[in-house]
Design a binder for this molecule. Structure first.
Ligand code: 6PG
Length: 484
């Protein structure tokens, strides 16, 4: 037994994580893959790394020092269950099985419970940062027991990205907490990507600028408060020219967005928890809408507005002005999306009894992951100042930014509506914001309607109790049992 950590599953993410582990002082990495060829390829390509290969689960277990610690990096779903079953057979109580895939957190809760009965520790661990992150330093979100964290923590700290001098890993909470937070991370990722895409689309329609020119705009934005990985790569994608046609690649790529499901999970879970993550939902639905060519085809000639951008493009100062308005609207909408995501994490923690430190989560998002951004420092500061902050966007820094964005945000949403340019994430973020701000909401009318047709009762602003109006009788009000 010579290895202190093992990796099962040597596709790109697994190999890169194994290489990252092997590159750190003190680690010897046991590697195993279902088919031998992947293991051979890894060893051949990286003779410099200290790998201990195995070709059976028995040998893999034997190559690990105790407590045995193995990270599973296989496709989420049944393959994960299969590997867990095999490892449970060859591991012993006190050993640690880690799932580093994008598992659904409820699967992680189920697996943790089942594995715990054998005395083996089970850790569901979110890993973000794509292939490069896995190799050079991802953001890592482990759940699982304190006992497992004691062994795993130092190893993970050694391979995680570093932001502001701190490793981007924290013990998020027990059982499925890590995968829950990774899921919401992905939901936020969807919202951020959609907002950026809408910003690009609006600028293009309003100014007629080319993708390469808009790449310059994003590169410029990346030097300010919007600085982030997603803004940075947006500039790169927009600048890319298709080798075959000589056209901007973004004009050649089919405009139907794929999704592997984590965005949908975030929304489904939010619906169950009753948390309005409207920005994330709109971003997820925007991908769905894009991916229905048959519906889009028959809808192309539906009536639209008389006036639209594109008839006459804005130029010079007018173009600069609209671009700055889009920037502010993007920033404000982004604040809303992150605030909603953190709200979901808080609600999940309450529901599943996880002690999640939102400040610590915002800190590990600062480096390594797809949503890494300058802005995460502001979120961390907000939670440092007030750990129990009920709505993230009410933190002083964000209030200031939202204040600055007021008229541009509203202007951009109205312009998009007037011109018939879809901007679902921009506009839903603004609607959410105004909903939060509203002194009175028409929810009172909804309650009246519910009481009318279903005797669902309502509460009053001026006294305690639950009431029902006898709508089909003499319309007097009676006290009634609360039926929700
Ligand atoms: C990350 C990403 C990653 C995710 C892909 C694909 O944090 O590294 O979130 O885990 O799986 O980005 O997501 P979609 O295919 O759903 O867009």
């Amino acid at each position: 037994a010579t290895a202190n950590i093992g990796v099962v599953g040597l596709a790109v993410m697994g190999s890169n994580l194994a290489r990252n582990l092997a590159s750190r002082e003190g680690n010897t990495v046991a590697v195993f893959n279902r088919s031998r060829s992947k293991t051979d390829e890894l060893l051949e390509a990286h003779p410099e790394a200290e790998f201990v290969p195995s070709f059976s689960y028995e040998d893999f277990a034997a190559s690990l020092s105790k407590p045995r610690t193995a990270i599973i990096m296989v496709k989420a779903g049944r393959p994960t269950d299969f590997v867990i079953d095999e490892l449970v057979k060859v591991f012993e109580p006190g050993d640690i099985i880690v799932d580093g895939g994008n598992a659904l957190f409820t699967d992680t809760i189920r697996r943790e419970k089942a594995v715990r009965e054998t005395g083996i520790n089970y850790v569901g661990m979110g890993v973000s940062g794509g292939e490069e992150g896995a190799l050079l330093g991802p953001s890592i979100m482990p759940g699982g027991s304190d006992e497992a964290w004691a062994t795993l923590g130092p190893i993970l700290k050694s391979i995680a990205a570093v932001a502001e001098g701190e490793p981007c890993v924290t013990h998020v909470g027990h059982d499925g907490a890590g995968h829950f937070v990774k899921m919401v991370h992905n939901g936020i990722e969807y919202a951020d990507m959609q907002l950026i895409a809408e910003a690009y689309d609006l600028i293009r329609h309003a100014t007629g600028k080319t993708p390469a020119e808009i790449a310059d705009v994003f590169a410029e934005w990346n030097r300010g408060e919007l600085e982030s990985y997603l803004i940075e790569i947006t500039a790169e994608v927009l600048r890319q020219v298709d080798a075959e046609t000589g056209k901007p690649l973004v004009d050649i790529i089919l405009d139907q967005a794929g999704a592997k499901g984590t965005g949908a999970w975030t929304v489904q879970t939010a619906l169950d928890l009753g948390v309005p993550v409207s920005g994330i939902a709109e971003a997820t639905f925007a991908r769905s809408l894009s991916s229905h060519p048959e519906q889009r085809e028959v809808s192309r000639d539906l009536p639209g507005p008389d006036v639209s951008f594109g008839v006459e493009h804005l130029t010079g100062e007018d173009a600069d002005n609209i671009i700055e308005q889009v920037r502010l609207a993007l920033y404000a909408s982004k604040i809303v999306a992150y605030s909603q995501g953190f709200d979901e994490i808080r609600a999940g923690a309450k529901q599943y009894d996880w002690a999640i430190d939102l400040g610590a989560v915002s800190k590990i998002f600062r480096g390594g992951c797809i949503i890494r951004a300058q802005f995460l420092n502001r979120i961390a500061e907000a939670y440092d100042a007030e750990p129990e902050l009920p709505v993230l966007l009410t933190a002083p820094y964000f209030v200031e930014a939202l204040g600055r964005a007021q008229s541009p945000w509203r202007n951009i949403v109205s312009l998009a509506a007037a011109a018939g340019i879809p901007a679902p994430a921009f506009s839903s973020s603004l609607a959410y914001y105004d909903g939060l701000r509203a002194e009175r909401l028409p929810a009172a009318l909804i309650q009246g309607q519910r009481d009318f047709f279903g005797a669902h009762t309502y509460r009053r602003i001026d006294k305690e109790g639950t009431f029902h109006t006898l709508w089909s009788g003499d319309r007097t009000e009676i006290e009634a049992e609360d039926t929700h």
